[in-house]
Write a protein that binds this ligand. Structure first.
Ligand SMILES: NC(=O)c1ccc[n+]([C@@H]2O[C@H](COP(=O)([O-])OP(=O)(O)OC[C@H]3O[C@@H](n4cnc5c(N)ncnc54)[C@H](OP(=O)(O)O)[C@@H]3O)[C@@H](O)[C@H]2O)c1
Length: 353
């Protein structure tokens, strides 16, 4: 099951609305085959493992991280393929919260004399499937926020671009690729001219979709993000009627979503998150500055926060301090992960309730 979990991790953040699942087929203590959910959610992990097995897998044991599906969707049910392949026993870790499959496979397997076991490695798996469970439970996407701070907790470097070292920045790129989309503000885009892609060699194609909140449609058409929209899908949530800018951005392949404002003149972020989920995105990576991140925290919309802390102070060159914010929300922190040392920088992960 641990191998199956490693398989599941391969395509996390790249399986659209479907969960990232891993599957391993074992016979006489040999691994016969393995598979993970395909990019955009299909084929399912079980189908991949069954199809790509070169050996006779009859009477094998099949380990899968999530309950196999038993419904007819865009593909035929995995339960049916498993039965057809004459698998001896199926081990799955967690029940699928999707009502179309929940608690349905065991009966079908037993009827066809396939043995079943549920629950191996379930606590590790519950952690892995937090985003999937959340999106099924409340229709909201899972939000992971990232914040880089200097040793004295400034989030903005007035003199240069970076706050943390290249190892921290590499981690951020790795985190981007296991999310469906990265969300930022036009303020941050205009200050940093960031491209928000994953620039790790070999993983560039896993760059998340970029979503920008830009109420007044202020984004520069010369910004890197706009100039690369033909290559990386980019969505802007906006409110202002500016026909000329709308036409220009559309020509540059930007997807524009007009969104109403609340009485206070700001976007209703929760409403935007529901919309993002409707687009089929379940895992969001928030990379904004102090103001928008604080707003997300105030509204209780952040699930995990990765705080990268530099070994260097910014002093007078720093602005937008995060210390008070993290102190204010510390009562909502459920769990603090072990600190990771990144060649002098520190990474601390906070989980919010
Ligand atoms: N250290 C880091 O990890 C990190 C990460 C990203 C950025 N940054 C830095 O942060 C700086 C920008 O920080 P910032 O605090 O000025 O900007 P920000 O937090 O990135 O964005 C603030 C903007 O978000 C928009 N927004 C939309 N809906 C909102 C809502 N409901 N509530 C509040 N804001 C909403 C507002 O723009 P409208 O008024 O147009 O709606 C607001 O001006 C940049 O210089 C960048 O370098 C640092």
């Amino acid at each position: 099951m641990k191998l199956a979990l490693l398989q599941a991790k391969k395509n996390l953040g790249n399986t659209s609305d479907n969960p990232a699942v891993g599957c391993v087929i074992v016979k006489n203590n040999f691994v016969m085959s393995s598979g993970c959910t395909g990019i955009n959610g299909r084929p399912h992990a079980e189908q991949n493992a069954l199809i790509y097995s070169r050996n006779d897998i009859k009477k094998s044991n099949l380990y899968v991280t999530l309950e196999p599906c038993s419904n007819y969707g865009k593909t035929s049910p995995c339960v049916k393929s498993i039965i057809k392949s004459k698998i001896n026993k199926v081990f799955f870790s967690l029940k699928d919260p999707d009502t179309r499959s929940n608690n349905k496979c065991t009966k079908q397997f037993k009827k066809n004399r396939v043995k079943v076991n549920c629950g191996i490695l379930s606590s590790e798996m519950k952690n892995f499937y937090r985003s999937y469970y959340k999106s099924k439970a409340c229709g909201l996407p899972f939000v992971t926020a990232k914040m880089a701070v200097s040793k004295d907790y400034y989030t903005k470097n007035n003199k240069g671009k970076w706050i943390t070292n290249e190892f921290s920045r590499g981690r951020v790129h790795l985190m981007r690729q296991n999310h469906d989309c990265v969300l930022s503000s036009s303020k941050t885009i205009s200050d940093d001219n960031s491209s928000l892609t994953c620039r790790i060699m070999g993983l560039e194609k896993r760059s998340p979709i970029r979503i920008i909140l830009d109420k007044k449609l202020e984004i520069s058409t010369r910004s890197t993000i706009v100039k690369t929209a033909y290559k990386y899908r980019t969505i802007i949530f906006f409110n202002k009627n500016n026909k000329k800018k709308i036409k220009t951005l559309k020509n540059l392949k930007i997807i524009l979503v007009k969104t109403s404002l609340k009485d206070d003149g700001n976007f209703d972020i929760k409403k935007i998150l529901f919309k993002i989920k409707k687009f089929g995105f379940s895992r969001i990576f928030l990379e904004s500055g102090l103001k928008l991140t604080t707003y997300f925290l105030t509204e209780g919309l952040i699930d995990d926060l990765h705080l990268f802390i530099s070994s260097k102070k910014l002093g007078n060159n720093g602005s937008n301090n995060f210390k008070k914010v993290i102190k204010l929300f510390s009562k909502n922190i459920k769990f603090v992960n072990e600190k990771v040392n990144l060649h002098g920088d520190k990474l601390i992960t906070y989980r919010f309730v």
